[in-house]
Design a protein around this ligand. Structure first.
Ligand SMILES: [Fe+2]
Length: 278
């Protein structure tokens, strides 16, 4: 059988918005990199926080979408906390009007993309634990997508904004680090699906901390942010972390063996320690 591969460009945490010139410059640098590189990705995957204030300002959501689509690739988006609000129970949470604003611009907060031997599935992690009808619908939809991928013999790449956890499956933070992960109850639901035999790659954004690890034996990659803001939380996994720089990633999905290239973009990133005080 001929090898069938799929090349996709992954971007996370661009934090674009009207008047945010520095943020937009990063996207221009990525555009230049794509123009100069001898690559021809099939799609752009955006793992959340494409906007900086989109959760409250639909104009920022539209602006971020337009800018990212101007890269000229079929684009697939999932929301992050800056686009849709934090998880329920945190400050500034998701709400029905915020979800409506997102859906008004993007039509959906999840996606499936079949590419080569792979199915890429994008999930809305912000809705997990919200109790909204759409949360339950997403689990049902996800189970169907996993079943279809398995019966078609495809590998699944799961694309998320929030990581399910930082270092331990059963961890729970009574403090600022709680900001980063899916809450324990929906996390159990998510991990059940990540345990599915077809899942061969997991990617998330949100942390602004580049890490390449494993979930069981499956490669698990925390995206470097496009906007060069690096956050350092002492609870993050540190082994196999970094280098910490702004940029994007190109994934080459071939058979069950994903390979990837980091796209490092100047300048030197800003850095903050978590919890930050301003
Ligand atoms: Fe972000």
């Amino acid at each position: 059988m001929a090898e069938s591969s799929c090349q996709v460009l992954l971007v996370s945490d661009a934090h674009l918005g009207l008047g945010k010139t520095e943020h937009l410059e990063q996207l221009q640098k990525l555009r230049q990199w794509i123009d100069q590189a001898s690559c021809n990705p099939s799609a752009l995957i955006v793992t959340g926080d494409l906007s900086d204030h989109g959760a409250d300002d639909q104009a920022d959501l539209k602006f971020a979408k337009t800018q990212l689509e101007s890269l000229g690739l079929p684009a697939y988006f999932i929301p992050g906390n800056h686009d849709l609000g934090n998880k329920m129970g945190c400050e500034d949470p998701i709400s029905a009007p915020r979800l409506e604003r997102w859906l008004d611009v993007f039509d959906s907060d999840r996606f499936t993309l079949v590419c080569g031997d792979w199915t890429l599935i994008g999930l809305d992690t912000q809705i997990m634990g919200s109790g909204f009808d759409r949360e339950q619908e997403q689990w049902i939809w996800l189970d169907e997508q996993l079943e279809i991928a398995q019966s078609d013999g495809r590998n699944v790449a799961m694309c998320l904004h929030m990581p399910p956890y930082l270092r331990q499956k059963d961890e729970w933070f009574d403090g600022p680090s709680d900001y980063w992960t899916v809450a324990p109850q929906p996390r159990a639901e998510l991990l059940k699906r990540l345990d599915h035999a077809s899942v061969k790659l997991i990617v998330n954004g949100h942390a602004h901390w580049h890490w390449i690890g494993q979930y069981h034996q499956v490669p698990w990659i925390w995206m470097l942010p496009l906007y060069p803001l690096i956050v350092d939380d002492p609870n993050y996994p540190r082994e196999s972390a970094g280098p910490q720089i702004g940029g994007a990633m190109m994934f080459d999905l071939k058979n069950a063996d994903p390979s990837y290239e980091r796209i490092d973009l100047e300048p030197e990133p800003h850095r903050i320690n978590w919890p930050h005080t301003h």
